[in-house]
Ligand binder design. Structure first.
Ligand SMILES: Cc1cc2nc3c(=O)[nH]c(=O)nc-3n(C[C@H](O)[C@H](O)[C@H](O)COP(=O)(O)OP(=O)(O)OC[C@H]3O[C@@H](n4cnc5c(N)ncnc54)[C@H](O)[C@@H]3O)c2cc1C
Length: 377
């Protein structure tokens, strides 16, 4: 088996969290990094609404100018049908919304990955980690598989799980995910050809089964997402086009803006539950992004959190690997917990604003949430 030159930090997952971590290490240390990503960034990525509070981080990563020159769309207006049947236009539903951007998500994630390479990091695309072993005396040997069938191994001093919401690597290393719900997002992309209607950019509309989110993407398509619980989706077969469309037709404002649109591809079902790991830092591993903590899409916190956690973890790793100090790693863990606790309070507050269907299971679950024991190991 071919052996790749050792690196200081191996990052599994090249989403926004993993590439932000890699880029921070490349820019602000001499540590060597490798990012292992299973896709080529051509597959569909969901989640695109970010707050303008991301801009200082992009500046820190030295990519703000290229971001502003790319095909992302400023958002000035968000409308919500939430708590009553009328349309309420305002700058934000959650405070994070504000004047932000709608990302061309594939382009954004790919741009971050290219920057890692540009700044000296290694990037292995279409590559998955098959197995890993902890080396005697510390560090890791990873066995990697390229989609062509080629296998190779890579040794690193430190391992990062940036694989997204399922936290597959961290769970194998003994971390437990404290899950507070079973939310899923069922997304369709609608194509209107040359007839894109002139309506507001983002619309949120609550229904007894959950809520709809729709947004005009920079590529001219309308992204329409049904957010519900996995058991409701299964009972009502809402992952199937016909049932999904029937439910859509009952959401007055959302269905109005979808009229004339053609489904571009099949529906995309993604987990959207909130969770946090009981511990995200081990002896020589750390977890970032959705893998460490993930949020309800209502908050639009996911991308911002993923990138911030990536850069904070990188700074903590620089201190740990160069100066053998653990203070920032401990701060990283407690920061995750503080952030998640305040997120849970905010989430409850926004769900409690909707009182029309308090007896419907989706809403009942959200107004009678049991706080999950963050920090309990
Ligand atoms: C329906 C829905 C709507 C959302 N809307 C928004 C929104 O409007 N705004 C917002 O901020 N957030 C939103 N989010 C959340 C946002 O998409 C995530 O928070 C963000 O993508 C997390 O980034 P990440 O890098 O941690 O994980 P991911 O983006 O999931 O990236 C993980 C990467 O790891 C790779 N990977 C996984 N396993 C392996 C493996 N074994 N080997 C190699 N590579 C691997 C994957 O291919 C992927 O590239 C939404 C989420 C959902 C589900």
């Amino acid at each position: 088996m071919k052996q790749i030159k050792n690196v200081d930090v191996a990052i599994l997952g090249g989403g926004v969290a993993g590439t932000t971590l890699a880029l921070t290490l490349c820019l602000y240390s001499k540590l060597t990094v490798a990012v292992i990503e299973q896709t080529t960034y051509e597959t569909i990525r969901v989640g695109e609404n970010v707050s303008a509070s991301l801009l200082p981080l992009l500046d820190y990563l030295q990519i703000k100018e290229s971001f502003l020159a790319d095909n992302h769309k400023p958002v000035y207006n968000i409308s919500a049908v939430w708590g009553h049947s009328s349309l309420n236009s305002r700058a934000s539903l959650f405070s994070q919304f504000g004047e932000g951007y709608l990302l061309d998500r594939g382009q954004f994630d790919c741009m971050l990955a290219k920057q890692v390479v540009h700044k000296g990091g290694k990037l292995f695309l279409e590559t998955k980690c098959q197995e890993g072993e902890h080396l005697e005396g510390g560090g890791w040997r990873l066995f990697l598989n390229h989609s062509s069938g080629q296998s190779f191994s890579l040794e690193s001093r430190y391992l990062v799980d940036a694989t997204g919401r399922q936290s597959r690597i961290a769970k194998r290393l003994g971390a437990k995910s404290l899950i507070s719900d079973s939310l899923v997002g069922i997304t369709a992309f609608l194509d209107f050809g040359k007839h894109k209607p002139n309506t507001e950019e983002i619309l949120i509309e609550s229904i007894p089964e959950g809520w709809w989110y729709s947004a005009w993407l920079p590529n001219g398509k309308l992204s329409v997402v049904l957010i519900t619980d996995v058991d409701i989706m299964r009972q009502q077969q809402l992952h199937k086009e016909y049932q999904w469309s029937c439910l859509l037709s009952k959401a007055y404002h959302t269905s109005n803006r979808t009229r004339g649109g053609m489904l571009d591809d099949s529906l995309v079902v993604k987990p959207a539950h909130s969770h946090i790991l009981d511990h995200a830092v081990g002896d020589d591993w750390i977890v970032v992004g959705d893998a460490a903590a993930a949020f309800d899409p209502l908050s639009s916190m996911g991308i911002g959190h993923a990138m911030t956690s990536g850069s904070h973890a990188a700074v903590a790793l620089i201190e740990h690997l160069n100066n053998h100090k653990d203070g920032l790693l401990k701060e990283y863990q407690s920061g995750l917990e503080r952030n998640f606790e305040s997120y849970l309070r905010m989430r409850q507050m926004y769900y409690e604003m909707e009182k029309r269907w308090i007896e419907a299971p989706f809403w009942k679950r959200r107004t009678q949430l049991t706080p999950i024991p963050v920090g309990a190991k």
